[in-house]
Design a protein. Structure first.
Length: 389
């Protein structure tokens, strides 16, 4: 590179407005455990996903669970529509690197099999398991084993009687379905329950969870069901899940996408990081470009993002396309660049520390980012906390 980088001898100082970055005040909810993961009662919000492999293919399912675990998932759900899937649950639950929830729809016997197999939880749908005595059997078995149950209500599988009563899939109908199932489980003294009331319309979903949050203190699992492919699904999920989390509602989340479930986990973690509900990792911020930009901001930002993908500590990197507002806009970033006129100004905590030719911007910024990341790791290893901006 044309310009040597500065030697950094101190950990990044906290920004002056750190107090404004406090996370939302959480709704009070009961606590339970999904395997090793605490849920509710102030526990960190967990990110869930669901495998897309045939569950009876144990090796493929475990491999996908391992990939999700590497991405940062907390809990994984597996589908159980067939007997061979139920038969595979014991091997999956024993070898999985994260807690496994069995997804049960129509066959109540599979729920009992999942509990017997050692799954960390089961999910049942009131619209599909309609015999109350069978739900009670599931509650009895789960209580004896200390396994939680998620009551999962979906707009697409609501009970016909409730559809007729409420004139369609309304927030009131979804909440009534969920609380009706809660009452059945409570009748056998089962209370380790979490609830979801998902809908494909984010606005209906938001209203439904708000209503449910007023009506009970059970932990809530948030999601926009059938959100679609990533391009639209992430937007819908960010709006629905993000709005509720910002209001303090929600204890676990899943971003449901028509995509590799690894993308669901990335999106879910991104939502939590954006709301300061999970410590952020790499956060590349870049300007949207404008008439002042004299460099290809889009390409620069993408190259920096790809080069720093493995960063494992909280690090905000700013890529700005002009030297007019760039330094000011990058002030809250750990490191950044304001580019223009064939060169780039490298910034460390808002201060210009070097100037490099345009062709060296990516390499120089990546080097500086890695240097700062190493400093943060050293500080953490020494027991000194690092304030997250």
């Amino acid at each position: 590179m044309g310009t040597s980088l500065p030697v950094l001898t101190t950990a990044p100082a906290p920004p002056p407005d750190a107090a404004h970055h406090a996370p939302p005040v959480r709704r009070r909810s009961r606590g339970l455990r999904v395997g090793t993961v605490p849920v509710g009662d102030g526990a960190p919000i967990s990110v869930q996903s669901m495998t897309t492999t045939p569950t009876h293919d144990v090796n493929a399912t475990l491999q996908q669970i391992a990939a999700l675990n590497a991405t940062g998932v907390d809990i994984v759900r597996v589908a159980c529509p067939r007997q061979e899937d139920a038969d595979a649950l014991a091997a999956i639950a024993a070898k999985s690197t994260v807690p496994v929830i069995a997804d049960i729809h129509f066959q109540w016997k599979y729920a009992l099999a999942a509990i017997e197999a050692g799954c960390a939880g089961v999910r049942i749908n009131p619209g599909n398991i309609r015999k109350h005595d069978k739900v009670r059997l599931i509650g009895d078995a789960a209580r004896e084993r200390g396994i939680p149950i998620r009551i999962g209500v979906n707009g697409g599988s609501l009970e016909p009687a409730l559809l007729a009563k409420h004139g369609g899939v309304t927030p009131e109908a979804l909440v009534e379905s969920a609380l009706g199932e809660v009452a059945i489980l409570e009748s056998v003294d089962f209370y380790d329950t979490k609830i979801s009331v998902k809908h494909s319309d984010p606005w209906v979903m938001i209203q439904t969870y708000r209503l449910l949050a007023e009506r009970c203190d059970y932990p809530l699992h948030l999601g926009v069901t059938e959100a679609g492919p990533p391009k639209t699904g992430i937007v819908k999920s960010a709006v629905g899940i993000g709005t509720l989390l910002a209001e303090g509602i929600g204890d676990t989340i899943r971003v449901s996408l028509s995509a590799d479930p690894v993308e669901e986990v990335k999106a879910g973690i991104g939502i939590l990081e954006a709301l300061h509900l999970r410590e952020r990792g790499l956060d590349v911020v870049s300007c949207p470009s404008c008439g002042r930009a004299e460099v290809d901001v889009y390409t620069l930002a993408e190259q920096v993002q790809n080069a720093l993908e493995g960063i494992d500590v909280p690090l905000r990197v700013a890529v700005m396309g002009c030297v007019v507002n760039g330094p000011g806009e990058a002030r809250e970033a750990d490191v950044g660049v304001a580019a223009g006129k064939g060169k780039g100004q490298l910034l460390y905590r808002g201060q210009v520390v070097a100037q490099v030719p345009e062709g060296d911007i990516v390499a120089s910024l990546v080097d500086l980012a890695n240097e700062v990341a190493d400093e943060i790791r050293k500080e953490r290893g020494a027991g000194t906390p690092v304030v997250v901006a």
